[in-house]
Structure formats: structure tokens, C-alpha cells
Design a protein around this ligand. Structure first.
Ligand SMILES: C[S@@+](CC[C@H](N)C(=O)[O-])C[C@H]1O[C@@H](n2cnc3c(N)ncnc32)[C@H](O)[C@@H]1O
Length: 277
């Protein structure tokens, strides 16, 4: 399966989990699109989004995951240092706030497109445990020549008791933070210790890939952490992206007919950082 066929199969599983008849489910899903859109416009001062409901998770995967995966893939593709990372035999990836799978799928899309097959492990670090249902068996859907494995780390970056027990993933080769810092921005006082820890414990030579809403308060936070913890920004930008959706359109099948198209434009800020000694 390609990435969008994988997303389609995950959507099918999530859709089947939603109780009720088709018309009722579709209405609930459309309400969830609105719920997410409204909450994302208020992230600078509140964090209230609850992904524990299967309807909200379906809505998130449908609207945002394809788009964010495309962003991750295209940023890797444009940066030689990141392309080279995936020439190694083994790559460990930590996806911070990566429960919905976008970060992982973006990298998988890059690997499939470029026919690279390192032994790749993905740790999806997220406070919402139910995301794990979607991705835990994903290796079975991918051509076995791509040697990938995913595992889920249940951690809440605002609760030290939940994140402090996990330390091995600090040795990852790349940390992705895709639309995550904006999500916890309103709780930054409680999250500060987590970010200071991960930025300081990351091993020399490891990469940070940050993509988020193009708003200074979010990328300034990342930039300040990078500066304090000796992470050199090797590429950065703020710009609008138009995402190709012909591939998704054919692969996401019937959901395209039922619902409006997933997110196809994104006003992003991105940073690619490298941890120095
Ligand atoms: C907007 S989504 C981004 C997901 C993914 N990286 C992407 O680009 O599609 C934010 C994610 O952060 C997770 N999250 C929110 N608050 C969190 C916290 N305090 N600790 C850990 N994860 C959190 C949510 O469960 C959700 O999966």
C-alpha cells in the first residue's frame, strides 16, 4: 500500500468503530471538522481539544493527516542533510505529539518515493493513547522491504510524572514536532521543563524538524529553545504551501465524495535544526 491507501484503511477502521447509521455518523464527523477548526483558531490562549472520541480522531485523520504528511515529505525531500539521514542502515525517529501518524507517514512517503529502506523505528509520543489503535499494525500494510516499526509512548508533556520515566528515545536520530508546539502553547509554563529536557538531552548530530502554524509566538518558542540548547537552525522559512491532492483524491475514495476536501493549503513556519556538540 502507498501512504494514502494506508490512511484509507485506517479511516475505514475508524469509521467502522463509530456507532450509528451512516447518515448520523457523517453528520457527527462534519460537526467534528468544525470542532477542530474552531479550536485550532484559539490555540494561542487555550488547549481544550479532546481526541479520545473516535469521531474526532476520524475527522483529524481525514482533514489533517494527509496534508501534514505531505509537508513532512516535501521538507525532507528539499534538504540534503535530511535525505542523507535516511541513507543510513538504521534510523530512529521520535514523533513528539505524533499520535495521529502524520509525521510517521510523511517519512514513510519519503522512503517509498525514494526507494530507501533503512531499518526505521518510530516512537509516537502523545498523551492520547487511542491513537495507537490506528498505527500499531501499520507495518503489516507496508511492503515488507520497508523495514519499519512503530511504538507508542503514552506521555503528556505538561505532566512530568508521565514523561520522566521515558528516556531511551532521547537517543533518536530525528525529532519531529509537527503542529505540536502550537497545540501546547497555552500550557507552555507546564511544558517548558519537557522541552528543555528533550532539547538538552538530544544527542549531537540529531535533527529537529519543526512545522507549525505561521505565527511568531509558536516559532519564536522553538527558536529560543534551539538557541539555548545549541541546536543550529540549518533551514527555516515561513510560507504558504499548496498541497498536491490528486493522489489522496483517488486513494481516499468514498470519503472524498461524502466530505469536503482535506486541508490543501497550509500557511506554515518550518525549522530544520541540528544538535551540535
Ligand atoms: C494538532 S495534533 C498534531 C499531530 C501530528 N503531529 C500532525 O501533524 O498531524 C496535536 C497532537 O498533540 C497531542 N497532544 C496534545 N497535548 C499534548 C500533551 N500535553 N502532551 C502530549 N501530547 C499532546 C494530541 O493528542 C495530538 O495528537
Amino acid at each position: 500500500m502507498n501512504c494514502f491507501q494506508i490512511i484509507k484503511s485506517v479511516l475505514d477502521e475508524a469509521y467502522n468503530e463509530i456507532p450509528g447509521d451512516e447518515a448520523g455518523k457523517d453528520n457527527d464527523i462534519k460537526d467534528a471538522f468544525e470542532y477542530l477548526r474552531t479550536n485550532y483558531s484559539q490555540l494561542w490562549n487555550q488547549n481544550k481539544i479532546d481526541y479520545s472520541n473516535s469521531i474526532t480522531r476520524f475527522a483529524y485523520i481525514y482533514v489533517y493527516v494527509t496534508s501534514h504528511a505531505n509537508l513532512v515529505c516535501s521538507l525532507i525531500q528539499q534538504k540534503e542533510d535530511l535525505c542523507k539521514l535516511f541513507d543510513n542502515n538504521k534510523v530512529d525517529v521520535a514523533c513528539i505529539g505524533g499520535g495521529p501518524g502524520s509525521d510517521f507517514l510523511g517519512i514513510l512517503k519519503y522512503l517509498i518515493t525514494n526507494q530507501k529502506s533503512p531499518d526505521a523505528t518510530f516512537q509516537l509520543c502523545d498523551r492520547e493513547a487511542t491513537w495507537a489503535e490506528s498505527w500499531i499494525d501499520v507495518h503489516k500494510k507496508v511492503d515488507p522491504k520497508f523495514r519499519i516499526s512503530t511504538s507508542y509512548l503514552p506521555l503528556d508533556v505538561t505532566h512530568p510524572d508521565s514523561w520522566k520515566p521515558f528516556t531511551k528515545y532521547f537517543q533518536s536520530d530525528i525529532f519531529t514536532m509537527i503542529y505540536f508546539m502550537s497545540e501546547v502553547f497555552a500550557l507552555r509554563e507546564s511544558a517548558e521543563e519537557y522541552f528543555a529536557t528533550i532539547f538538552s538531552k538530544a544527542k549531537p548530530g540529531s535533527f529537529f524538524l519543526f512545522i507549525d502554524n505561521n505565527a511568531a509566538q509558536f516559532y519564536n518558542w522553538f527558536d529560543a529553545l534551539a538557541k539555548t540548547h545549541n541546536i543550529k537552525i540549518i533551514d527555516s522559512g515561513e510560507r504558504k504551501e499548496w498541497l498536491p491532492y490528486h493522489e489522496e483524491k483517488s486513494d481516499l475514495g468514498r470519503y472524498f465524495q461524502k466530505f469536503s476536501s482535506p486541508k490543501i493549503t497550509a500557511n506554515i513556519a518550518y525549522r530544520i535544526g541540528k544538535k551540535m556538540s
